[in-house]
Design a protein around this ligand. Structure first.
Ligand code: F6R
Length: 242
């Protein structure tokens, strides 16, 4: 894995934006694999600025998101569909019909997972996949485990993830306990992967990803098998690697 260590969150967002800019400019009909959470918010704001400045065109771009809570309505302001609309899609000229987030309202979760994986394949895989990383090393909602489920599937969230995500909800009891998520093999379908990490709370996970033996106990470390992964982390997130 290539590692870029930057000073802080803003620099991390700027480096990620530059990489996204290159992908979109070089291939106007590219497929973006997108993540939610606090980490990519700065990068999305920068992409919106570039669009408003006339420097990026999203009219031919498609996107697939990593994950969605389950069950959850797209109108719920904590759903990942809502997040993507409000942080990115509503502010750029992307065709929303070409944006794909797992269906949090599906009556049949397994069918929704299969449909998401079929969408990834029909699009020919992602040109770039953006990832954040959980404090426990999760990517998407692939939680630490002994045997990862390869493709898009339903996942039970761990206590650590529910606690980490409680900050977005009125009470911890409101945090959904399940999610639909791409699997590690779905993520590996991307031609390029960037992992963004900022802050001391991510230092353990970054150390386990970069310095320790790959293990499904740290799902991000399983990406070592991919030929084009760049970890962009700030000094705090990198602090245990020195
Ligand atoms: C979000 C996702 C998660 C987050 C991770 C970090 O789509 O798949 O894996 O990337 O939980 O979240 P933040 O960025 O809020 O620290």
């Amino acid at each position: 894995m290539k590692v870029i260590v930057v000073k802080d969150y803003n620099e991390m967002s700027a480096v990620a934006t530059d990489i996204m800019y290159d992908v979109i400019s070089n291939k106007p009909d590219c497929v973006l694999g997108l993540a939610t959470g606090s980490t990519p918010e700065g990068m999305y704001a920068n992409l919106v600025d570039l669009y408003r400045a006339g420097k990026l065109d999203f009219s031919k771009v498609s996107s697939v998101n990593l994950d969605e809570y389950y069950p959850i309505s797209p109108d719920n302001d904590q759903s990942y569909r809502y997040f993507m609309n409000t942080h990115l899609f509503d502010h750029i000229n992307i065709d929303k019909a070409k944006t794909h987030v797992p269906d949090g309202m599906a009556t049949d979760a397994d069918a929704a997972c299969k449909a998401h994986e079929d969408t990834i394949d029909a699009l020919g895989g992602m040109d770039i996949q953006v990832l954040g990383i959980g404090q426990n090393g999760h990517i998407g909602f692939n939680e630490p485990c002994d045997e990862p489920v390869p493709f898009t599937h339903q996942e039970q969230l761990t206590e650590s993830t529910i606690k980490a995500n409680a900050r977005f909800f009125e009470s911890i009891d409101d945090v959904p306990t399940r999610a639909l998520t791409m699997g590690i093999q779905s993520i590996l379908k991307a031609r390029k992967i960037i992992i963004l990490a900022s802050g001391k709370s991510k230092a353990e996970a970054i150390k386990a990803t970069l310095k320790d033996e790959p293990t499904p106990r740290c799902p991000a470390s399983l990406l070592y098998a991919h030929p084009d992964v760049t970890v962009i982390c700030d000094e705090d997130a990198y602090s245990l690697c020195k």
